[in-house]
Design a protein around this ligand. Structure first.
Ligand SMILES: [Zn+2]
Length: 299
């Protein structure tokens, strides 16, 4: 962010990045604190945004407080650049940050705001991923009192969460959490990594990019700094498992569009009643399709 940036005259009524400078400064300070204590849910004064809470206001406040005219922003929702949530948030950023360019390319972006996915293409050190978070506290399913949850987090006491996972194993023979899988950061705090699929959880581990989590309604920001351990909560004798895209005979399904066999797939119901599978990450799928068209081998 360039501190000498002057607002263009026509945008005076909005102010660059919509939020006032005091709000942006406070959020940036909270981000620094969150980075300093990996996984700690840092409270902040979440601002009213011109959209309902639950539509990504936490992620958006992170983005708007960090973005500068030199940034290139990508916004995705479930891996797609074209879904309603992503399009609206991108339009809002374009309106309030007039000099910022936007992109659909994962590699071309400096700042990526996302809902429910981590991009397939590995992120770099010069990129930041802002995740929109509906529920920041993984302990909320076992303890209703926030004061007690804070003590449990402070003491690293996740016994009740582990009991919940164990009950799952007893009842269903496996841990049934599909999204928001509790993940221990830097050996201490357990976070709710937002509703990303289990498939994306290993990407948080030793990520080169800074990962920030913003919960607007719950007024919390937390971080997984670059090169930090992120370990899904498991038992020694029950390894962590990601979603399986294998067919009944053990073949890994391929994306119907690009043919990739190592991406997270969405299941589609076709008009004739059959099913098809396609990459959830649009940019990745487009890249793979282009490579296939060029005659390169898809993997
Ligand atoms: Zn694909």
């Amino acid at each position: 962010m360039n501190p000498n940036y002057q607002l263009p005259d026509s945008q005076d009524s909005y102010g660059f990045g919509f939020l006032d400078e005091f709000a942006k400064r406070e959020i940036r300070r909270v981000i620094l604190k969150a980075i300093s204590i990996p996984g700690y849910q840092t409270p902040y004064a979440s601002r009213e945004m011109p959209m309902g809470r639950g539509f990504g206001t936490g992620g958006l406040q992170l983005t708007l407080s960090m973005i500068g005219p030199d940034d290139t922003l990508k916004v995705i929702d479930q891996g797609s650049d074209d879904s309603v949530n992503a399009v609206n948030l991108r339009k809002f950023a374009e309106l309030t940050c007039p000099e910022v360019s936007t992109t659909e390319s994962t590699t071309g972006a400096t700042l990526i705001q996302t809902r429910h996915r981590v991009p397939e293409i590995a992120l770099r050190e010069d990129q930041v991923l802002n995740l929109q978070v509906p529920y920041p506290d993984p302990l909320v399913i076992v303890e209703p009192s926030e004061a007690k949850r804070k003590i449990m987090h402070g003491e690293g006491d996740y016994a009740r969460l582990l009991t919940k996972l164990y009950e799952d194993l007893v009842k269903f023979d496996e841990i049934t959490i599909s999204h928001r899988y509790p993940t221990r950061i830097n050996g201490h705090y357990v976070i709710d990594p937002s509703p990303i699929p289990r498939y994306d959880v290993p990407r948080l581990h030793q990520s080169k990019a800074l990962l920030l989590f913003g919960a607007g309604r719950e007024k919390k920001i937390y971080a997984v700094p670059p090169y930090t351990n992120a370990d899904p909560l498991v038992f020694d004798d029950v390894p962590f498992r990601t979603e399986s895209f294998d067919t009944a005979d053990g073949q890994r399904r391929a994306c119907a569009r690009c043919g990739s066999t190592n991406s997270f797939l969405d299941e589609l119901n076709l008009e004739d009643g059959s099913k098809a599978w396609q990459c959830s990450d649009t940019d990745y799928c487009n890249r793979q399709s282009a490579r296939t068209d060029a005659g390169e081998v898809t993997q």
